[in-house]
Ligand binder design. Structure first.
Ligand code: PLP
Length: 521
């Protein structure tokens, strides 16, 4: 493909992408292909002779689209969103064009320097304490995901703890002490922490323990629960060295009680004293809300903690991947992750005046991800980002308000919190088994029909449905449509009312009822 052919192909691709976005609401949101569908559609190997772009492009609609679940559809209300925006896509396009892995500063100074600058912009926007800025002892780095950020933080915490608690030893005594401590060290989260903390402990070869959280604290971890767990770990001879706290848990968007956690740790493992417990704030999704001043009060206790991570690619209009990890002391990361073989040596790295982001992450190579963040921050501006967050939070309130109008059908368990509402279906005959069954039936039927896509979870032993209204294309008419579908499906399954008309061609049609706008092809 020469540059002329590229221009034609790219123009045609952009046209198709724009049309995809303009009509995305008309597609069945969740794919219903059978496992292995694609193998049947593709040849056994690549073509012997190269094919023209027009022929390749045709296969997007015919072969790939049927197997896509449309995360950008306004009918996608599952998980948390994976946001996308046109400025974000332009950042991806330039990044692909430059393809200049910037593991060392000299590999592309602009890539390193833009990352430092935009992450400082973002830290200020999120109201993170100054200690997380690059102008202090900390700084930010873009990781691929919140899970990766947790692995990085945990490995840094592990090495820091071992270094600090064995600094008086050397030789075989040091080796023995490290081996013994590793067998006793424990990484801690809560029942509501994302599974990535447990996975990180598995990767780091460390024990993992979770602390139970309950409805009484709205499924948030508190200092009191942490104190009790720390006492228990001590009694068992374990050495806690790392804790994940969460701003916006996956199941319910609970916010851990950062103030009381900081107070507990001040007593049990005081900060800045060797052997302290590294506290990571996992704000993967809800951290985006910190762009709004009304949430800034949440960040004050972070000065007592060690790292913070927020995915711009979840709720902040930036294409996957853009997980923004901040550490209070960059030296902790570098001490754990730096390695200097001769082929990576250069005068700039040795001068100590530059940042080499390879020392802040697991891989060596890295993509130019700060470009899309820069484009997004500049295109929307602070006000645009705040408007997006506030609009989608309000849609969550609208949805919860609709549920409240049908207390005979729905019971809210938590929320609306950060655009997430968690609820159950009210069973015809009271009882927890009947409640779980009807909730599961409604959830599965709605997703099978594919007009909207929602997720379920189990919270405090109860089967629940989660609806998230934070998609970039979310609008009230789609929220109302989701409510209507939930009402009708519940009445059908629970009360034996006639089934709703179902779309036959993947196109979402209007359904009988008030307040629902027609959404057609
Ligand atoms: N932490 C929380 C609170 C999450 O909700 C999620 C995913 O939704 C993750 C971590 C993992 O995110 P990632 O896919 O970026 O690893």
């Amino acid at each position: 493909m020469d540059s002329k052919q590229f221009k034609e192909a790219a123009t045609s691709a952009i046209d198709e992408i724009v049309s995809y976005y303009d009509t995305i609401h008309t597609r069945r949101v969740v794919s219903n292909v059978e496992p292995g569908y694609l193998k049947k559609l593709l040849p056994a190997g690549p073509p012997e002779d190269g094919e023209p772009w027009a022929k390749i492009q045709k296969d997007i609609e015919s072969k790939i689209m049927p197997g896509l679940t449309h995360w950008q559809s306004p009918n996608f209300m599952a998980f948390f969103p994976a946001s996308s925006s046109f400025p974000g896509m332009l950042g991806e396009l330039y990044s692909a064009a430059f393809t200049a892995p910037s593991f060392n500063w000299i590999c592309s100074p602009a890539i390193t320097e833009l990352e430092t600058i935009v992450l400082d912009w973002l830290a200020k926007l999120l109201n993170l304490p100054d200690c997380y800025l690059s102008t202090s002892h900390g700084g930010g780095v873009i990781q691929g995901s919140a899970s990766e950020a947790i692995v990085v933080a945990m490995v840094a915490a592990r090495d820091k703890y071992l270094r600090e608690t064995t600094s008086h030893l050397s030789g075989i005594e040091l080796e023995d002490a490290i081996a013994y401590k590793r067998s006793k060290m424990v990484a801690v989260g809560s029942d509501a922490s994302h599974s990535s903390t447990q996975k990180a402990a598995q990767i780091a070869g460390i024990r993992y323990r979770s602390i139970a959280v309950t409805k009484e604290t709205n499924f948030a971890l508190t200092g009191a629960a942490l104190a009790k767990a720390l006492d228990q770990f001590k009694a068992e001879g374990l050495e806690p060295f790392y804790l994940t706290t969460t701003l916006g848990t996956t199941s319910t968007c609970a916010v851990d009680d950062f103030e009381s956690i900081a107070s507990t740790l001040a007593k049990y493992a005081p900060p800045d004293v060797p052997g302290e417990i590294w506290v990571h704030v996992d704000a993967a999704y809800a951290g985006a809300a910190l762009v709004c001043p009304e949430y800034h009060h949440l960040t004050a206790p972070f000065k007592h903690f060690h790292s913070f991570d927020m995915n711009m690619h979840k709720w902040l209009l930036t294409n996957f991947d853009a997980s923004c990890l901040y550490v209070k002391k960059r030296k902790d990361l570098i001490d754990a992750l730096s390695i200097m073989p001769s082929y990576l040596r250069n005068e700039f790295s040795e001068s100590g005046l530059v940042t080499d982001y390879r020392d802040w992450q697991i891989p060596l190579g890295r993509r130019f991800r700060s470009l899309k963040i820069w484009f997004v921050l500049r295109t929307y501006g602070v006000k645009g980002l705040q408007a997006h967050i506030r609009k989608t939070i309000k849609l969550g309130e609208t949805f919860a308000g609709l549920l409240e109008t049908r207390k005979d059908l729905f019971e809210i368990v938590t929320g609306p919190s950060f655009a997430l509402t968690v609820f159950t279906i009210v069973p015809k005959v009271p009882g927890s088994e009947a409640q779980d069954k009807v909730t599961k039936d409604v959830y599965e039927t709605v997703n099978k029909r594919g007009e909207i896509y929602i997720t379920s979870s189990v919270v405090g032993g109860v089967y629940v449905i989660r609806v998230v209204s934070a998609n970039p294309l979310a609008e009230e008419k789609y929220i109302r449509k989701a409510f209507k579908i939930l009402v009708e499906t519940t009445e059908e399954l629970r009360d034996g009312k006639l089934p709703r008309d179902q779309p036959s061609n993947g196109v979402i049609v209007d359904v009988k009822g008030v307040g629902i706008e027609k959404v057609a092809a």
